[in-house]
Write a protein that binds this ligand. Structure first.
Ligand SMILES: NC(=O)c1ccc[n+]([C@@H]2O[C@H](COP(=O)([O-])OP(=O)(O)OC[C@H]3O[C@@H](n4cnc5c(N)ncnc54)[C@H](O)[C@@H]3O)[C@@H](O)[C@H]2O)c1
Length: 337
């Protein structure tokens, strides 16, 4: 879809990836960027710069995904929709019924409203969680769905609903096009302490700031594909511009980094001479995951551009300039100060 003069709705646009996507969209010649968010996790601070642009608005009547009439009202006249709103991994694990309502029924509400209001294109936020632990590396989009947690289950359900409803209406005047993005491990400015696997970065930086050795759980060999949040925003814009439909794409770098390597990098970037502390643990949902970035490059023209070292440097700088915000995020997540 050409973005010139287009009106776009960003559901969950006050959150981490959503707010960066809003920022990124400002570089395009779009006419309206409407944020629809209930602010359970997102914040106005995340949108501070964007809201200075007259094309950006927070939908004034409401922002709850489960309020179907308001959602539909927000979608009237929109050309494209980004759907980021979801409960996060641990929250889904602890509250599966709410996760069912928000992530699954909420996504159904989004697709239903897209079809009813004639929205041309949806970019759905899925997750690399659909894959579970890698049985083959790097994981292509054809990797089996070996997920075992409820969050991943909701993302699989979201993908399947998009696909089924696309096929149901294909070729009719209710045609609905979509693509789904499977982000790897997203990090960067505005991140909080709740992301599985990446919250460890914030905790390590907290300890380094206090002169305490950063803690590595287990042997630190757990390895992930860390992707910078600004790159995820770029992937969303690419996905909205693309013509492909009914396709899913990994959003990652294709590079694998262990927690141990990451911890050493953080010490170096902060100029710290501390040494690492090892503690038992390191039991997470997934221990090994790197995604193949090829399909996204070939079909939607997205390639991650920010290297881990550069991205971590930007995160460190953001923390330095936003100490109060970081403190609030720490408190919100119940992390001891
Ligand atoms: N951050 C990651 O590492 C990562 C990895 C894979 C997939 N994802 C997926 O990408 C999407 C965006 O992730 P994020 O890290 O930006 O999450 P986030 O929690 O920062 O943003 C989600 C936004 O949705 C809003 N929201 C939640 N429930 C809502 C509801 N019922 N109605 C309206 N708004 C609601 C929140 O307030 C928040 O602003 C999510 O769907 C997430 O599952 C994220």
């Amino acid at each position: 879809m050409h973005l010139a003069d287009k009106k776009l709705l960003v559901i969950g646009g006050a959150g981490l990836i959503g707010s960066h996507t809003v920022d990124r969209l400002l570089d395009e010649d779009v006419s309206v960027i409407r944020v629809f968010d209930n602010f359970t996790r997102g914040s106005r601070e995340n949108l501070e710069t964007a809201l200075a642009d007259p094309r950006v608005e927070v939908f004034p009547l409401g922002g709850e995904l489960l309020h179907r009439d308001l959602l539909r009202e927000a979608m009237e006249g929109m050309d494209g929709v980004f759907h980021f709103a979801a409960m996060w991994l641990r929250h889904c694990q602890d509250f599966p019924r709410s996760a069912f309502e928000v992530n699954i029924a909420g996504t159904f509400n989004v697709v239903e409203a897209c079809i009813a209001t004639g929205v041309k294109r949806l970019v759905y936020s899925s997750s690399a969680s659909v894959y579970g632990d890698a049985v083959a590396e790097p994981m292509t989009e054809d990797h089996p769905f070996d997920n075992t947690n409820f969050y991943g289950a909701t993302k699989i359900a979201g993908e399947a609903m998009c696909r089924a409803l696309h096929h149901r209406h294909r070729g009719t005047d209710q045609n609905f096009d979509y693509v789904g993005l499977r982000y790897m491990n997203v990090y960067g400015p505005r991140q909080d302490y709740r992301g599985e696997y990446v919250s460890v970065v914030m905790s390590m930086l907290d300890r380094i700031e206090r002169g305490l050795p950063p803690v590595v759980f287990g042997d630190g060999s757990q390895s992930y594909d860390f992707v910078y949040v600004g790159d995820c925003a770029a992937a969303n814009v690419c996905a909205m511009k693309a013509e492909t439909t009914d396709r899913f794409y990994n959003v990652g770098t294709g590079e694998k980094t262990s927690i141990l390597e990451l911890a050493e990098m953080l010490l170096e970037l902060t100029g710290s001479d501390l040494t690492l502390a090892y503690e038992p643990g390191g039991t997470t949902f997934v221990r090994n995951r790197v995604g193949c970035p090829r399909r996204a490059a070939e079909e939607i023209g997205f390639t991650a551009g920010v290297e881990l070292r550069e991205g971590m440097q930007r995160l460190i700088e953001w923390r330095r300039g936003h100490a109060g915000e970081v403190e609030r995020r720490r408190e919100d997540a119940g992390v001891p100060g």
